[in-house]
Design a protein around this ligand. Structure first.
Ligand code: SF4
Length: 356
């Protein structure tokens, strides 16, 4: 897979674009004014592998909380600001690592000057975030709606305001809730600029729907080499977005983090409660960063063979489980209730062996 060559920007100590890995981002859904709750969520996101976290900064109170949050955050933070350039300046003063702001919407040249100057002084990048739901009226009129062309045009207008001031520390996103329009917009933008692109399908929906839409949209773009950083948007706990993001990246061979859990779909041969077992194994392995493959299979007849490539696996039989490594049986465990704890012991032993 040939990645499109883009420039590199630094969000705190995380480099985005160029040859750097596709970065995983999310956004807190806590009230930014509540520093404790926001920091707790940032911590959970970081633990799950989130590399950059965005915070909404809707008002002065939120901006006043930023220094405390910034000081304690383990990952770089981006301030998401709409319209109010004072909030952008306050976010920069608070040490925020990135701004998400559309310079064309902040009320005129002087205000753009002030924000760009402050960002440039601190080496803080600006992400231009075009959203299909809030396009400029003249573009909607000219293009007959929030078309991919209209979105690109809008993005380029904001880019021009920054470039005119010699500012090139830019990332761009072009989000809509339509997978096809999102893909088309990013393809067009990738032909027009070399700035890193932050990709995502916005308002994608609840867990399953959102994960599928994101996987399709982001998967198409990433497979074409487009995308330097991404967010999976879910109407859910944002921590779930991180798992989905890494699965998308893993399935394209772009990045790996944590175990890959393969499990069979179950069939008439399944003799144990495999769905629950697979879910519990996944739960127990949450937060593990090591890359390995775990198989959870329904039957001893086909399970180990079907999961031959797995580093470690379990296959269910009547009242027992067979633990295997690379398709070879290593142990039998009796009693349904023992399957999970004994399997987890074997996984821990496998990981301990690998670490030595
Ligand atoms: Fe059915 Fe066994 Fe295959 Fe699972 S591993 S789908 S139980 S044949």
């Amino acid at each position: 897979m040939q990645r499109k060559q883009t420039t590199t920007v630094h969000v705190g100590d995380v480099a985005v674009g160029g040859d750097n890995p596709v970065r995983v981002q999310s956004m807190c859904n806590t009230d930014t004014r509540d520093a404790a709750a926001t920091l707790a969520q940032i911590g959970r996101l970081a633990e799950a592998g989130c590399e950059i976290v965005r915070l909404a900064v809707p008002d002065d109170k939120a901006a006043e909380t930023l220094p405390v949050i910034r000081a304690a955050s383990p990952v770089p933070l981006i301030a998401d600001i709409h319209f109010d350039h004072r909030l952008a300046l306050a976010a920069l003063d608070a040490g925020m690592d990135g701004l998400r702001i559309n310079p064309g919407n902040i009320g005129g040249e002087a205000k753009v000057d002030a924000v760009v100057r402050a960002a440039a002084e601190r080496g803080v990048p600006i992400r231009i975030g075009v959203n299909g739901g809030s396009l400029e009226k003249d573009l909607l009129h000219r293009f007959g709606g929030p078309t991919p062309e209209a979105m690109v045009e809008s993005g380029l207008r904001h880019v021009a305001l920054l470039e005119a001031r010699g500012f090139h520390d830019i990332k761009i996103s072009l989000k809509t809730s339509s997978v096809l329009n999102t893909v088309a917009a990013y393809r067009l933008m990738a032909q027009r600029v070399d700035y890193p692109l932050h990709i995502g399908v916005t308002e994608a929906g609840t867990l399953v729907r959102g994960a599928v839409k994101s996987a399709v949209g982001l998967g198409i773009l990433l497979s074409e080499g487009i995308g330097d950083t991404l967010r999976v948007s879910l109407t859910h706990d944002p921590v779930a977005e991180i798992g989905v993001a890494y699965e998308i990246l893993r399935s394209l061979g772009l990045r790996e983090r944590g175990p890959e859990i393969v499990s069979c779909p179950t069939c008439g041969r399944t003799e144990i409660d495999l769905i629950t077992l697979a879910e519990k194994v996944e739960e127990a392995l949450r937060g593990v960063e090591e890359v390995f493959t775990v198989a959870v299979m329904g039957c001893v007849v086909n399970g180990p063979g079907e999961a031959r490539e797995a580093d470690i696996g379990i296959a269910g039989g009547r009242g027992l489980g067979i633990i295997f490594r690379k398709g070879e049986v290593v142990r039998k465990v009796k009693g349904d209730d023992n399957l999970l704890p004994e399997f987890m012991k074997e996984i821990e032993a496998f990981l301990a062996e690998r670490r030595n």
